[in-house]
Design a protein around this ligand. Structure first.
Ligand code: OGA
Ligand code: NI
Length: 358
């Protein structure tokens, strides 16, 4: 492999830029004024729904989840059944990884072929604008793609804790898929079946956003919608950063200790034959982005729950009617992901550009 590991130019770790003590960020990281974060302009009166999963019946959970998926595409869950000690341990162990010496992390330097490992950019366009963040990407499911050798060997408990964390999150995703299905008036298992039943995929991206000397000029992660099925995100409880699009506004998410932020991805939205994204008729895959800041680093763990990768996904038959014809052509998640990976984060243009013309 070439010395750039398949990337179009040498990779610079954002963490090393941050630690160099520079007071100005390189131009590659400066966003055009229209894309820069607007902290004061963001709406403080709005917030994504918070759903308390304790003492909720399946029907109550279905109606709360379904309303949130239609209105926001995003919600937080509290009392979700995953032990807080495990949640915190997971975060701390991954923070430990990013604080290891650079040589230790470089052993896992990733390439754009699979993205597995330690990375600092998404997309392979030469000269593209870059985001202020490093990450680690790994496969959890299917088991044939999971490879512990590609996970960090240090800190010592990282692999075991990540395995346990993944098992708990898969369980939570199963419950949420059921609620989403009931909320559409479908059989509880219908959504899961359309994802390939027990053959679903899952991966983890741990994002590390170092301190940034000019946070007003850049983003930790540019605006995008998540390409997969749904995402379970764990964020630092003391550092804000995630913003969710609501109409023409960006709403800053207030972190809640030990909670998860869940959102609908493009693959769930594509199960809907009709696409009035602005109406409340569908579960929406909503754009979001990440702000960085000068005072604190920020760590987040995004667990992506995906359909079986080679299954052509088409809209759910029961939702198709003569006046609601299928809007997307059947495409597998593998095909879609390949398309996205060449382009990097780009708002919602990617789902939109795949609509069949009508
Ligand atoms: C992502 C993502 C948000 C965050 O990894 O897709 O949107 O807060 N992360 O890091
Ligand atoms: Ni995302």
């Amino acid at each position: 492999m070439d010395s750039n590991h398949g990337w179009p130019e040498p990779i610079i770790r954002v963490q090393s830029l941050s630690e160099s003590g520079t007071e100005t960020i390189p131009t590659r990281y400066i966003k055009p004024p229209s894309d820069r974060p607007s902290i004061e302009a963001s709406s403080y009166t709005l917030s994504i729904p918070v759903i308390d999963l304790s003492a909720m019946s399946k029907e109550e959970m279905a109606s709360a989840v379904s309303a949130a998926c239609r209105e926001w595409g995003f919600f937080q869950v509290v009392n979700h059944g995953v032990r807080p000690e495990l949640v915190r341990h997971g975060q701390e162990i991954w923070r430990g990884f990013f604080h290891l010496p650079i040589e230790e992390k470089q052993r896992y330097a990733n390439s754009p072929t699979t993205y597995e490992g330690y990375g600092s950019r998404l997309g392979v366009e030469k000269g593209a604008s870059l985001d202020w963040g490093d990450y680690y990407f790994l496969h959890v499911l299917p088991s044939c793609l999971k490879n512990h050798e590609k996970w960090p060997a240090l800190p010592p408990d990282l692999r075991d804790i990540t395995d346990e964390y993944s098992r708990e999150l898969l369980n939570l995703c199963g419950r949420v898929m059921e609620a989403m299905s009931i909320g559409l008036g479908l059989d509880p298992t219908r959504l899961q079946e359309s994802f390939g039943g027990t053959e679903v995929g899952a991966c983890l991206r741990v994002n590390y956003y170092p301190k940034c000397p000019q946070p007003e000029l850049t983003l930790g992660l540019s605006s995008h919608s998540d390409p997969g099925g749904m995402t379970v995100l764990l964020v630092d409880n003391h550092v804000r950063g995630l913003q969710v699009r609501k109409g023409s506004d960006w709403v800053t998410v207030e972190p809640i200790r030990d909670a998860f932020i869940l959102n609908v991805g493009d693959q769930i939205q594509s199960l809907f034959p009709f696409c009035q994204v602005l109406s409340n008729a569908i579960y929406k895959s909503v754009e979001h982005r990440v702000m960085v800041n000068a005072a604190n680093e920020r760590l987040s763990m995004a667990f992506f729950y995906n359909p079986k990768a080679d299954l052509p996904l088409s809209p759910i038959r029961e939702l198709i009617t003569p006046d609601r014809p299928a809007l997307y052509k059947p495409m597998s998640f593998n095909e879609y992901r390949l398309y996205i990976r060449q382009r990097g984060p780009r708002g919602k243009s990617q789902v939109e550009s795949l609509k069949t013309s009508q």
